[in-house]
Design a protein around this ligand. Structure first.
Ligand SMILES: NC(=O)c1ccc[n+]([C@@H]2O[C@H](COP(=O)([O-])OP(=O)(O)OC[C@H]3O[C@@H](n4cnc5c(N)ncnc54)[C@H](O)[C@@H]3O)[C@@H](O)[C@H]2O)c1
Length: 336
């Protein structure tokens, strides 16, 4: 059993706590949150100790590894502390909102053999994964295009948007990672358009966008199109399409069940999509814990690691530059 400590007991921390407890190869050693009532809520509900500080977590012999699910601004510090304490870390996305800070953190990670896994859970979705494996097995011939549709069900509260770091660093970061995963290659060029179409007033006040389209191209010409919206009224829309020379693969949305209703005034009506990421990617979140446990038990390098987090942020910065200057941006411009 790998004894995992949870840092950050908010929305996603609560889900991770339940997944760690449910996992046959892991146990929840302790929890910590700078907002003590949040940690106590999980501690009481799950009968696990509540640490009094993060330092205590990293110093504890009862902790084999840490799961960092705290606010984004804490991730880089906690990754560095985990590496120094030789405790493998599974860290939520993004590593940080500043590429400079991520690059500084990279120095600590790369000089150590302590595994650092990034929380790009969508790579572990059974549908997305099966589509990629079929593509890599040659089922659609030579890959030409990847289309990623990624739309949230509703605009988050203003308080969330004020600190999230912007649509492309907070939300599209998952899609930049999926683009690299599905292309099985590095995008070298980025073009993006974005706007505050859902709430223009809020967008202007926060200098934030809520709707975006991004085009990526690899050195050998493969194309990827990402489209994002913070509000799709019909629900959380998560689809991937891979087009190749001999066919096409789709990884589709998930519904709670497959019942279709047929009446005198409607046909093929079905239940709404699973509400949001916790429901839609439930299996993926559990599978990322399995991958983390497997790394620790068997000395494997994480399948999705720190460099993947850094690369995704570089693509986000390239897209922001493209929006600001209304031009195609070479990723090399951001790699200095
Ligand atoms: N993989 C995904 O799909 C996904 C989904 C949602 C959120 N996230 C990421 O997970 C992280 C947390 O998001 P959330 O939605 O749970 O936010 P949240 O605000 O609900 O929870 C964050 C928690 O971190 C705590 N915290 C703040 N500073 C801390 C510190 N120094 N030490 C310990 N705890 C601290 C806060 O008190 C809060 O309880 C963010 O980085 C976010 O980007 C990932």
């Amino acid at each position: 059993m790998i004894k995992i400590a949870l840092l950050g007991c908010g929305r996603i921390g609560q889900m991770h706590a339940a997944n760690v407890i449910a996992h046959p190869g892991a146990s929840l050693a302790m929890v910590f949150d700078s907002h003590t009532p949040s940690a106590q809520a999980i501690g009481n509900a799950c009968s696990v100790p509540v640490a009094t500080s993060a330092d205590d977590v990293f110093a504890s012999k009862e902790v084999d590894a840490v799961l960092i699910a705290s606010a984004t601004e804490t991730h880089a510090d906690y990754i560095e502390q985990a590496v120094a304490a030789e405790k493998p870390a599974l860290c939520e996305k993004p590593i940080d909102l500043s590429l400079e800070r991520v690059n500084k953190c990279a120095a600590a990670v790369s000089s150590s053999s302590v595994p650092v896994q990034l929380g790009f859970n969508r790579r572990f979705d059974p549908g997305h994964r099966a589509a990629r494996e079929a593509m890599l097995a040659g089922e659609i011939g030579q890959l030409h295009q990847v289309i990623i549709t990624s739309r949230d069900p509703e605009l988050p509260p203003r308080s969330y948007l004020e600190t999230a770091g912007g649509l492309l660093r907070d939300m599209t970061i998952h899609d930049f990672d999926l683009a690299r995963f599905m292309l099985d290659d590095e995008p070298t060029e980025v073009f993006a358009v974005a706007g505050a179409l859902i709430d223009p007033v809020l967008g202007a006040e926060l200098n934030e966008v809520d709707t975006a389209m991004i085009i990526l191209r690899t050195a050998d010409g493969k194309q990827c199109h990402i489209n994002n919206s913070r509000t799709a009224v019909y629900g959380y829309d998560q689809r991937i399409e891979l087009l190749g020379t001999t066919g096409m693969l789709q990884s589709d949305n998930r519904k709670p069940h497959e019942v279709k209703r047929y009446t005198s005034n409607t046909t093929e009506t079905s239940a709404p999509y699973q509400y949001f990421f916790i429901e839609r990617y439930q299996e993926a979140f559990m599978a990322e814990i399995s991958a983390f446990v497997d790394c620790i038990e068997n000395g494997k390098t994480p399948e999705v690691g720190f460099e993947d987090g850094r690369r995704a942020l570089i693509l986000a910065e390239a897209a922001y530059l493209s929006i600001a200057e209304n031009r195609l941006v070479s990723v090399a411009e951001l790699m200095a």
